[in-house]
Design a protein around this ligand. Structure first.
Ligand code: SF4
Length: 369
């Protein structure tokens, strides 16, 4: 065997974890196969952190599992709670690198048929897919540290498990996942797709694929590939600009995959009948906040079941970009809504807790709190 292959095999072994596997994969590897379901139950419904806690698993199997399928837990090294209920987590991986995930809380009020106010809470978790990122967006702190490595399937999955455990979220409480944290999920394609499958296992976390949204900076050929797999997940595109010049300034990868190529790929993507493709548009003062941009956006999205999410740019130390005026945001939104396009302005969730990706990690590295 070539040295490179041995190294790769060792690396795989070093990083493997029980959280890497779908239920079918575990069933095919554990004897008798029903043990796989029991293990899944302990991991994803009871959130245990050691095989010794799995009471119905025989000791000899526990020993094998400890050797071959370590329970690789992400260590929570920091959490920041915002006044709006969002919590930002900083995790340490086994090799010492750190990643972030954000728990977002949406409170809803609804009047029922008896005229009573019904309150409900919606949980969404934004997770990371890579340590660092290759895309290099100019507004992003993660980009500044460059790319380090892809997350394994287990590291993607364990972010949700640890947050559910930490927040004591009951197993049957539904949860949404957005792949919108550090990294470009489609650049870690295989592991991301595998994680989607692990999350949606009914005997595990049972997070429906319709509740999982991948947010991409627009790698057109991977959007097409994902569309062909027809996984049933939702798609969000970080568009941010309507002309290639500005978009290439904001997202250098736009030089390889320009706006038109993204729009063409999205048009082929299978969209659930009750859903829409989300276009994220980060509004930056005097860059893309004018009505001419709104008009161009409308033209671009013609023929797509689209929803636009306008996001206030959230300034951070060292950036030259500025937060837009609320009045300009509203004019932009009104223009699109009046033309029949669904458009929301995203509340700056967690504004006071370093909301843009990479900010908590940056603070940790600088030693500030
Ligand atoms: S915004 Fe997202 S895609 Fe762009 S550099 Fe940051 S992590 Fe990567």
């Amino acid at each position: 065997m070539k040295l490179g292959n041995i190294k790769k095999q060792r690396e795989r072994k070093r990083l493997n974890s029980i959280y890497d596997y779908t239920l079918d994969e575990l069933k095919s590897q554990l004897k008798p196969s029903f043990r796989a379901k029991q293990v899944y139950n302990w991991l994803y419904k009871k959130y245990v952190t050691s095989y010794d806690e799995m009471k119905n698993i025989p000791n000899d199997l526990k020993e094998l599992l400890k050797q071959e399928y370590p329970i690789d837990i992400l260590e929570i090294i920091k959490r920041e709670k915002s006044s709006d209920g969002s919590i930002k987590y900083l995790f340490r991986l086994r090799d010492g690198h750190t990643i972030e995930a954000v728990f977002l809380l949406m409170k809803k009020k609804k009047i029922d048929e008896n005229g009573q106010i019904q309150r409900s809470e919606k949980f969404t978790v934004c997770i990371s897919s890579q340590v660092g990122c290759k895309v290099g967006c100019s507004f992003c702190l993660t980009a500044k540290g460059g790319f380090v490595r892809n997350l394994t399937v287990g590291e993607i999955v364990n972010q949700i498990v640890q947050i559910k455990r930490d927040m004591q979220i009951p197993e049957n409480k539904s949860l949404n996942i957005v792949y919108m944290g550090m990294g470009e999920p489609l650049d870690n394609y295989k592991n991301f797709v595998h994680a989607v499958k692990v999350f949606s296992e009914l005997d595990g976390l049972a997070i429906s694929r319709r509740r999982q949204t991948v947010s991409t900076s627009g790698i057109s050929k991977k959007i097409e590939r994902l569309g062909n797999e027809d996984l049933g997940i939702q798609l969000a595109i970080s568009l941010h600009a309507v002309d290639d010049e500005l978009r290439s300034e904001l997202i250098p990868m736009n030089k390889a995959y320009n706006i038109q190529s993204i729009i063409d790929a999205v048009k082929k993507f299978p969209v659930d009948t009750r859903k829409k493709v989300m276009f994220e548009y980060l509004v930056i003062k005097d860059k893309n906040d004018d009505l001419a941009s709104a008009k161009k956006l409308l033209q671009l999205l013609d023929g797509i079941k689209a929803k636009v999410n306008l996001i206030y740019f959230n300034p951070y130390p060292g950036t030259s970009y500025q937060r837009p005026q609320s009045s300009d945001m509203i004019k932009f939104q009104e223009y699109l809504v009046n033309k029949g396009l669904l458009c929301t302005i995203r509340e700056s969730k967690g504004l006071d807790i370093s909301a843009a990706c990479g900010q908590l990690k940056e603070k940790e590295l600088n030693g500030s709190t």
